[in-house]
Design a protein around this ligand. Sequence first.
Ligand code: ADP
Ligand code: MG
Length: 147
Amino acid sequence: MPILKTENLSKTYGSGATAVTALNRVSLSIEPAEFVAIMGPSGCGKSTLLHLLGGLDKPGEGRIWLDGADLSTLNDTALTTTRRQKIGFVFQFFNLIPVLTAHENVALPLALNGAKDAQRRAHDWLGRVGLAERMNNRDGSGVRSRK
Ligand SMILES: Nc1ncnc2c1ncn2[C@@H]1O[C@H](COP(=O)(O)OP(=O)(O)O)[C@@H](O)[C@H]1O
Ligand SMILES: [Mg+2]
């Protein structure tokens, strides 16, 4: 069974003369452990597709199944839980919480999800991806010198 599947996914921004169709009946199917890259020129709809797949935005038409659940049938609470438990999303500009350290950023969603061992797991995973030395760093990407 696919872990992620879409059927005739469409999304139009705006309406009337200024309407832009970002996605036009996209159907795809991704199996567990499959590695997929979505490629295409700027403006072709990659970000729109990812926002829909991640449950961050809603399609105009079509449906998405994530781990068997039809996202269109979930209410806001269920969708929030799904986003927390079923999908990870790395934004182009990260969207880390700037006042928290790397360790705290990783531990936060685990703690929100009720994990008793959030601290230990965050520590473990940062180590596994080679960030043991950066546990206590904050996101410096937005820091600019003033002059
Ligand atoms: N919030 C929005 N409002 C209006 N048009 C949008 C919005 N987001 C994206 N678009 C338009 O939808 C199309 C697809 O954009 P996008 O999904 O960002 O493409 P990509 O990520 O492949 O560059 C583009 O024509 C873009 O201008
Ligand atoms: Mg994009």
